[in-house]
Write a protein that binds this ligand. Sequence first.
Ligand code: FES
Length: 366
Amino acid sequence: MSVRRLADEAVQPASFAFSKENADWALATINKYPKGREQSAVIPLLMRAQEQDGWVTKAAIEKVAEMLGMAYIRVLEVATFYTQFQLKPVGTRAHVQVCGTTPCMLRGAEDLIKVCKSKINAEPFELNADGTLSWEEVECQGACVNAPMVMIFKDSFEDLTPAQLEEIIDRFEAGEGASVKPGPQVDRIYSAPIGGLTSLTDPDPAPAKPAAKRSEKAAEAAVSTPPSNAGRAKTAAEETNPALKTPATAKAEAAANAKVKGDTRAEGGKPSLEDKNRPAGIERPAAPDDLKLISGVGPKIEGTLHELGIFTYAQVAAWKKAEREWVDGYLNFKGRIERDDWVKQAKALAKGGEAEYIRVFGKKPR
Ligand code: FES
């Protein structure tokens, strides 16, 4: 890692001032903290200064120190410690921060650095010919499980090959950076295993107790007999205290009750494809929507949705509660569709694409 110092005086502007909008924002941010603790706003204010000017100037550091009543050296310490603060001008379209710590190094970071050297500049922190790109090597960015990775401004791009990084750099240079999907560049959701889950795959993880032989027999009886008979099989204590039921008994009762309610769940708790709550599918359109823009949908889930005939944001936006529950169960998502609010995301994307999504959620999709 390089020594982090302020840029030469020659490139330092004489003064710094927040724009009116940023000054109002800075004031509101400072006011979030209790009196006497205003210095807690030092990182947000430095970041805002960087977003305004493209890098953190000496004058900006002095201004932030003045606004927060801090000694200049204290703000300088923060600015020079964290690598998210750029201390000299960087590429206007992308500053590529390549993680060079052990996991990323073992997984190919050196090849990513070679790409940066050949496509941007042989030296870190030096601009390319057009002044649009620069790069540096940084320490662990906390995405080791998806190594190797790079950060570009606030987004990380993970599980990278040199060819993928070349393409990402080309797209940023072409001004298309906002449309590059951040996160893993392979078939995985966040840090989940590549190719799908390898553990915690049982939809009903209640442990089977070795001494439950008799209870399992009772459970079988409960499944194969109407609920009224199953009720008779319960002990009086179980009847009055549900906590005394064994997992097997509770499971059997749930299965029996589900039968009565007409639940068409297949073996293993996965809803049946014939279930009336399965959302209606459509023929694959010529240009399906990119469902991966919905948080929680990766390439694999998108493939499953396509198999179900789900290709557009409008389809997802129109799902009723029962349909959402069906899809959630089918994907074994344990309520994630509600937690991630797929419907709200899909409505925004259907209405105005990424721009509307950013307006609604204040961030880029995925
Ligand atoms: S080692 Fe690269 S992200 Fe942690």
